[in-house]
Ligand binder design. Structure first.
Ligand SMILES: CC(C)(COP(=O)(O)OP(=O)(O)OC[C@H]1O[C@@H](n2cnc3c(N)ncnc32)[C@H](O)[C@@H]1OP(=O)(O)O)[C@@H](O)C(=O)NCCC(=O)NCCS
Length: 420
């Protein structure tokens, strides 16, 4: 596992400063349409970026500094536009690369956050220009997909993003977890600033589910220190649960990994123990979340948010992910991508022993299916089945080829607990 040196950064002061010395920055400035400039943010631009983030998301300066420290200043990109007196910073975004697991294998993805345009310059194409440069850079950096949690979908849909999976926010009264029959004392307090043992407990889930990110140090920090303070972590040999102190008669589970009854049952007893203090317990999970399945009366799906995915390198993505072990199958489809021409054309995928190979030479007489980048995102991640996409008119082709695609991409529903 690549996570063997993870320590998390919660103890850093929010104003700890950039993680990489400024003189090590490698500005890659690209000139794009109309002499716009795209590249890494310079230190003197940081307060303008913080201002755009505040105007775009209401992000306080302290929180902005915390994120900049966590993800690194070198994750921030800006778009500068010409002005009579020089250039103005019109838009900003941040990205980093990580692995997201699909079909039991890691796929390199570009995670995108903090996309914001100066309110005085919106509607002039700057957001799209920034995103296009960002996506090209993500592909050049080796990512096969881009992933983001959108505040608005139509803007990203125009850029070729499609629904990739969900984040479910569940809640239940603590009494819904009573009578699990296990002792909460089986869980022991643990150090929430050391994510190494937690990454090991979580690893089998990455293989079994679709869409879980292999967390970077920064994502572990956000998960375990959601408000900047370390949460209270309890674990045993099987799983863990981290909670923040009860507030306003609510108990928020910051993060959890409860893969079997050995950790689920004691965690339920522990949550039930809060029933004098809180009315609801909340946690984030997938559509078939185990706590939600086991909870008694009063469990509710409070919120179901979709995150978006865009293919950056289709062949790379298809060869990186895993497939059902018990099938030997092929599928052919055509894509037309208005931004990344390397994605365009016919893709012939052969699946054997849960691995996918792109064949450049195979002679197949079957007519290919046809699909757009957005629907491909939903198919690839397991968010929508080939049959569902076909019935809605988002995937075209003969039923025989649709069935092949259906078999190749069937799997667990796609979800992740992380929001960025
Ligand atoms: C969303 C945002 C980044 C778009 O930037 P922009 O420079 O105004 O976008 P563009 O001018 O490139 O617009 C491209 C297209 O998307 C559409 N669009 C832009 N913002 C939209 C929105 N919020 N909802 C729906 N459509 C939107 C535009 O109408 C345009 O469509 P058209 O090509 O048919 O005219 C910008 O409005 C913003 O900073 N919003 C606040 C922060 C935010 O919501 N960021 C996204 C977070 S994930």
């Amino acid at each position: 596992m690549s996570d063997d040196r993870i320590r998390i950064l919660a103890a850093r002061s929010p104003r700890h400063g950039p993680r990489r010395p400024l003189n090590e920055w490698r500005p890659v400035v690209t000139l794009i349409a109309h002499h716009h400039e795209y590249g890494p943010a310079q230190p003197e631009e940081l307060s303008t970026v913080a201002r755009l983030a505040r105007l775009g998301f209401g992000l306080s300066r302290d929180l902005f500094d915390r994120y900049a420290s966590l993800f690194g200043m070198d994750s921030i990109r800006v778009l500068r536009v010409p002005r009579s007196t020089g250039t103005a910073l019109a838009a900003c975004a941040a990205f980093w690369t990580m692995n997201q697991w699909f079909g039991g294998r890691p796929v390199p993805v570009q995670a995108i956050a903090m996309v914001a345009v100066d309110p005085a310059l919106r509607g002039a194409g700057h957001g799209s220009a920034l995103m296009q440069s960002l996506l090209i850079e993500g592909r050049q950096a080796g990512a096969a997909l881009a992933v983001l949690c959108p505040a608005t979908r139509p803007f990203y849909h125009r850029l070729g993003f499609g629904r990739g999976g969900v984040t479910c926010r569940w809640s239940a009264p603590p009494s819904a977890f009573a009578q699990s029959g296990a002792a909460a004392s089986d869980l022991r307090p643990a150090d929430p600033l050391d994510a190494v043992p937690l990454a090991m407990l979580r690893h089998p889930l990455l293989k079994e589910q679709n869409g879980l990110p292999e967390r970077t140090e920064a994502l572990w920090t956000l998960a375990l220190c959601p408000e900047g303070e370390p949460s209270e972590l309890y674990r045993n040999q099987d799983g863990y649960i981290a909670v923040t102190p009860p507030q306003d008669r609510r108990l928020d589970v910051a993060d959890l990994c409860l893969p079997s009854a050995r950790s689920l049952k004691p965690a339920m007893t522990m949550l039930a123990g809060f029933r004098a203090q809180v009315d609801r317990v909340t946690w984030r999970g997938g559509p078939d979340d185990p706590l939600a399945l086991l909870a008694g009366d009063g469990v509710a799906l409070e919120c179901r948010e979709e995150w978006l995915v865009r293919p950056l390198d289709i062949d790379k993505a298809l060869e990186a992910r895993g497939y059902p072990a018990d099938i030997r199958e092929y599928a052919i489809f055509e894509i037309n991508d208005g931004l990344i021409f390397g994605n365009c054309g016919r893709h012939h995928l052969e699946v054997v022993s849960s691995a996918g190979n792109i064949s450049k030479t195979a002679q197949v007489l079957d007519p290919p299916a046809r699909i757009g980048t957005a629907a491909f995102a939903s198919l690839f991640t397991g968010h929508a089945s080939a049959r569902a996409l076909w019935r809605t008119g988002l995937l075209h082709g003969e039923e025989k080829m649709i069935d092949r695609l259906h078999r190749v991409f069937c799997g667990a529903p796609s979800w992740m607990p992380d929001r960025f």
